[in-house]
Design a protein around this ligand. Structure first.
Ligand SMILES: Nc1nc(=O)c2c([nH]1)NC[C@@H]1CN(c3ccc(C(=O)N[C@@H](CCC(=O)O)C(=O)O)cc3)CN21
Ligand SMILES: CC(C)C(=O)C(=O)O
Ligand SMILES: [Mg+2]
Length: 263
């Protein structure tokens, strides 16, 4: 069965965890789809894991559209989310729509954009025009130069309150999902409890509607720094398909993430 925005809402309401992995090509898309991964994120992390850059900033809209097209050819049931790359949506809602339309025409079913309450107008503009939006808050990697590194966000009371207000504003603006990266588990849990839409976590603890990891991290292929939230599923599974199935199982039964993966 095709996964839709409605499926995701239903899973979250029933307390069933949503699974997401990043995906950049048709063969992995087929493997993940077959393993029952509900959502495939064509992440701008491809700049780091596929292109070898040291941040996500060099990734272009053309790069993203190419990989979305590849993934769309391999997936059957999974819902495909296209990451909006740096510089393709921050100028105006109009710029965001033109960029998002390219990803939708390449085969995405939803786009993801980084940023808090100030992205509410852009979010509403896209949603009203038929483009479902996943909002990305907390550690937003396109701000690495502002943050001075990939650091946990929302540790102080003020920062936590701001992130909480961001989540509410984006849901109010029509976001279909809110992804939280590297925030304290308690904060992500509190936000999930008060939002009307599903939340996805990466380094955000277990009390969210679903989990995402970069596929090359959970297969132990990425040679760069291993963040605290990463688990390599390959050693215990022995094959790529097995590792993906173990991830789906672990997210569904709540055994991933464990305390050691959380902030
Ligand atoms: N391979 C890969 N995996 C990712 O998860 C990922 C990318 N690339 N590229 C884009 C961003 C960058 N991300 C990162 C990268 C490093 C940390 C990291 O090392 N965090 C520290 C937190 C330090 C602290 O504030 O205490 C950690 O120990 O996990 C977090 C997110 C997440 N995204
Ligand atoms: C790490 C996830 C959330 C992402 O945005 C990406 O892969 O680009
Ligand atoms: Mg991204």
């Amino acid at each position: 069965m095709k996964i839709t925005v409605q499926t995701l809402m239903k899973l979250a309401q029933e307390g069933q965890k949503i699974t997401m992995l990043t995906c950049y090509d048709a063969s992995f898309a087929a493997t993940l789809d077959e393993a029952g991964v509900e959502t495939l994120l064509v992440g701008d992390s491809l700049g780091m894991v596929m292109q070898g850059a040291d941040s996500t900033l060099p990734v272009t809209l053309e790069d993203m559209a190419y990989h979305v097209r590849c993934v769309a050819r391999g997936a059957r049931n999974a819902l495909i989310i296209g990451d909006m790359p740096f510089g393709s949506y921050q100028e105006s809602p109009q710029q965001a729509f033109a960029s998002a339309a390219k990803l939708m025409q390449a085969g995405a079913h939803m786009v993801k954009l980084e940023g808090g309450a100030f992205m509410a107008d852009t979010t509403r503009f896209l949603v009203e025009r038929g483009i479902p939006v996943c909002s990305h808050i907390g550690l937003t990697p396109q701000y690495v130069n502002t943050f001075g590194g990939y650091r946990v966000q929302g540790k102080s009371e003020d920062d936590a309150a701001r992130i909480r207000a961001d989540a509410r504003a984006l849901a109010d603006a029509g976001a279909s999902m809110v992804l939280m990266e590297c925030v304290p588990a308690a904060l992500a849990g509190a936000i999930t409890a008060e939002l009307p839409v599903p939340t996805i976590g990466i380094g955000a603890g277990p009390e969210v509607s679903g989990q995402v990891l970069v596929i090359y991290d959970m297969l132990g292929v990425y040679p760069g720094k291993k963040a605290r939230f990463v688990k390599n599923f390959m050693p215990e599974a022995g094959s790529i398909a097995g590792a993906v199935k173990a991830y789906v199982h672990a997210v569904k039964n709540g055994s991933f993430p464990a305390a050691e993966h959380c902030f």
